[in-house]
Design a protein around this ligand. Structure first.
Ligand SMILES: [Zn+2]
Ligand SMILES: [Zn+2]
Length: 323
């Protein structure tokens, strides 16, 4: 545990030094922002543009939710379905899922992410997008090939950032996602707002390096399909998916193992779409049972969403009294 915490702070330190060095290198460009506040404002506007495309994706994701809910009801029957849990309301775990989902569909989640991170994540992401455009994907001429490669790299980013969130102290934020004690399909949107801000920053860096401006919109629609699949990963479907689950996609059963209440399973099956990365980096484990999900010490389902978020921030900053 202690070593993990050290690695986390080490990564944070290296990241911060990296950013300071980059800011230093690009300072002539960045400093002109202070002289011209209008351009400073435009940075935020361009981050909002990225957000706009994400919103378009949300419409597609909503449609995919109904599709996933239908599949879930069809396969499990109404009594065991995620949709029934949602309509019945009931325990706080389900309510937290519903709150997170509504806040993210209404884009309030992003605003909370912006405020809680003091704008830092959005500002840095904007700088990366605007000034550090390496656009490596422009080296690929064929548009289809480019699209496929960018999509695969985007999935690698998701693997990496998920794995990153499992390192302390970032785990304290990601624990909110793992605190769900049952899957309701909407559990996919259950998360900490600061985790959202960190993901936004990762996306900014990704688009600065990989680029693909011309593909941005297509990628987001494709991403919606990705996100749509997340509903099934957060359902009670115990599907292993046979050959596909072995070589192509991470199966719902494999993601359930990742959510298992047993701590030894947390660091397995980080993948959220393709199964390749877990196989490649040795983090894959075959699911063997229908795991009980959640985390051992769980203050999040006896509190509402906002209290839970605050607890997460305190744990992240090491301010929780019990430790
Ligand atoms: Zn996780
Ligand atoms: Zn999950």
């Amino acid at each position: 545990m202690k070593r993990q915490k050290l690695v986390g702070y080490g990564m944070l330190l290296v990241g911060m030094i990296g950013m300071i060095l980059m800011l230093y290198y690009y300072w002539p460009k960045v400093s002109s922002l202070w002289e011209n506040p209008e351009r400073f404002w435009k940075l935020f506007v361009s981050a909002a543009k990225l957000d706009e495309i994400v919103s378009l994706g949300t419409v597609v994701t909503l449609a995919l939710f109904f599709l996933a809910a239908f599949i879930d009801v069809f396969a499990l029957g109404w009594e065991k379905s995620g949709l029934r849990k949602l309509l019945k309301g009931g325990d706080q775990s389900v309510w937290n899922d519903i709150t997170c989902y509504l806040l993210s569909v209404l884009r309030v989640f992003d605003i909370l992410a912006l405020i809680s991170s003091l704008g830092i994540a959005y500002f840095l992401a904007s700088i990366f997008i605007n000034y550090l455009n390496f656009n490596l994907s422009d080296l690929i001429q064929n548009q289809w090939l480019k699209l496929i490669i960018v999509f695969i790299l985007l999935d690698l980013l998701h693997y990496f950032q998920h794995r990153f969130m499992h390192v302390k102290p970032f785990w304290e934020l990601h624990a909110y996602h793992h605190s769900a004690e049952e899957f309701t399909l909407l559990t996919t949107s259950r998360g900490h707002v600061l985790e959202g801000a960190i993901y936004f920053l990762f996306s900014g860096i990704f688009y600065a390096i990989v680029g693909g401006d011309d593909l941005l919109e297509v990628i987001f629609y494709l991403n919606a399909v990705r996100e749509g699949y997340q509903y099934l990963l957060h359902s009670d479907l115990n599907w292993h998916l046979g050959f596909i689950g072995k070589y192509v996609l991470i199966s719902p059963a494999a993601h359930r193992l990742h959510h298992s209440i047993s701590e030894k399973d947390y660091n397995k099956n980080y993948g959220t779409f393709f199964v390749w990365w877990d196989k490649l980096f040795g983090t894959y484990e075959d699911p063997k049972e229908f795991y009980k999900i959640g985390i051992k010490e769980n203050p999040y389902n006896s509190t509402n969403f906002f209290e839970g978020q605050w607890i997460g921030i305190k744990h992240f900053l090491g301010l929780n009294s019990e430790k």
